[in-house]
Design a protein around this ligand. Sequence first.
Ligand SMILES: [Zn+2]
Length: 500
Amino acid sequence: MKFYITTAIDYPNAKPHIGHALEKLYADTIARYKRIQGYDVFYLTGTDEHGVKNVRAAQKAGIPVAKFIDKNVEGFKELIGALNISNDYFIRTTNKKLHWPAVHKIWRAFEKNKDIYKKEYQGLYCAGHEAFVTRKDLDKNGSCVDHGTPPEPVKEENYFFKLSRYAKRVHGLIKSGKLEIIPSERKNEILKFLEKKVEDISFSRPRKDLKWGIVVPGDKTQTIYVWADALTNYISALGWGTASSAKFKKYWPADLHVIGKDILRFHAAYWPAMLLSAGLPLPKKIFVHGFVSVEGKKMSKTLGNIIDPIKIVKQYSSADSPQVGTDALRYYLLSEISPTRDGDFSQEKFEARYNGDLALGVGNFLARITSLGEKYLKKPIDPDYGGIKTEIDKKFKAYEKAMDSFNFPLAVKQAQALVAYGDKKINDSKLWVLAREDEARFGVEIARVATILATVAQMLLPIIPSSAQKIFESIGIDPTSKKEWHFKFKKGKSLFPRLD
Ligand SMILES: [Zn+2]
């Protein structure tokens, strides 16, 4: 059972913001969930380092482009660490050993199939998109709908890829569900795009205008244009096109591409067409997420409201509990933001969720159990499902269903419902009184609430991995062990210290 999951690769033209954090986190949560289920997971993320956008940002910073990119890529790697992302590889499109041979190979395959041809092109180029756009992509003022900037008119000779030749086939594959697009709004959006007259797409740019990139094989005057280069990362990272393609044989096709809604067309139309042309199997599923706004406003440099996720992680962590900031941010993004629509980040909501769900929720539930357990329990005890099995099973099933459909807020809700259920059990049984007055009943009741807590920790393991691990440690359980569980309680430091 293998599971190959990818994020889109990011332009390292600036520091990563909270939108980058969200996508990596979605993929990470799914990757961890699949690993728990026993899948052999390969999780890929990385950076898209060629293209006009990166060159311009480097020029603006007054730094040679390679150096500029190297520095910014470090920021993306730092983000991965700060969020506790469990990626198996980080692909950089400037990787000449792994990535470039694959791009050349796929280009040759297009050529062989006569899917590449040269023609004069006149069009509107959006640097934000790294793509030619059409009138449909522009707003009333003639600016790009996604980027808010007017595209530049460009006239040049380029190589074109015969997307038109594949539009119908790709449409059929998506419509039949062979290539699944989630959510259905996005599926319909791409189907509509493929039903209209689909134009061939430019796959190269004159080298004199764009030297920063991979040269077209057999034509030194042209540079392979970013999408033909970038999308190939999903197979180049597995060694396709090199002598060692064992990983490719094992993991391709991708089980899931996680992408933002702005690059749907490239992933759900261009990429499948490219794979068909190259005679390669298609990915199975594409999960398209929305965007994050900040305090109700779109993030932008001009508004100065770009949220740096690394800063948030640092702000809420302490030397005592370095995992708190990481898991607080993971928890917020996964529980508060709608995975398929847009969501909002606000400091106030962030702190309210932290205090409500983490400090006073699961953190407090853990503290209640471990403080009584450590003090009053003489020996380790076994889990006890008496009277609680139905409720636990019901919530766990709902949790799995939510996770399988990438509805993370709904998955988190199931864990929170079990916390409330367990808290009520402690109150109803007056566990702190039993601890002093009725040893036998205390043993039974604490075993039951600890069983609920262990289930909560299982559910939270892909969501807030370090904190869930700490819960397991506090109740004496190794979640990876196949041995029978015995609870042994140890009251440690507060899992989520309350914010004032
Ligand atoms: Zn644009």
